[in-house]
Design a protein around this ligand. Sequence first.
Ligand SMILES: [Zn+2]
Length: 120
Amino acid sequence: MKKLQGNDSFQRINYLYQISKHMAGINPVLSAYYGNLIVNVAKKNVLKIHPDIKRQICKKCRSTLVDGTSAKMKIKNKDKSKCIEWICNTCGTKKVFPADKDKDHRVWLERPEAVEEVIN
Ligand SMILES: [Zn+2]
């Protein structure tokens, strides 16, 4: 059986992400602390954070963005195209993602052609 590189770190990132998200509505400082740990663990082990997780971490204060508790989410129209805007309640940083329904905005990792091998 093939051993996955960085598997322990992925498990740690997964665990940290869960506490960070849980803490988002209770203690924003702790949430940012765990978010910071996620980024540092990934950096130290040269791993890519999954885009779904990465999109939920504020790029400035690194707290987890949860709509209604730690962040505000809005859908905006910008030059005839739709985009999703996230505003962090802790530091006020904006994050904008394109969201047109007729365009494929998925990042490379989410596309079927990105899967090279499935390890069971
Ligand atoms: Zn923030």
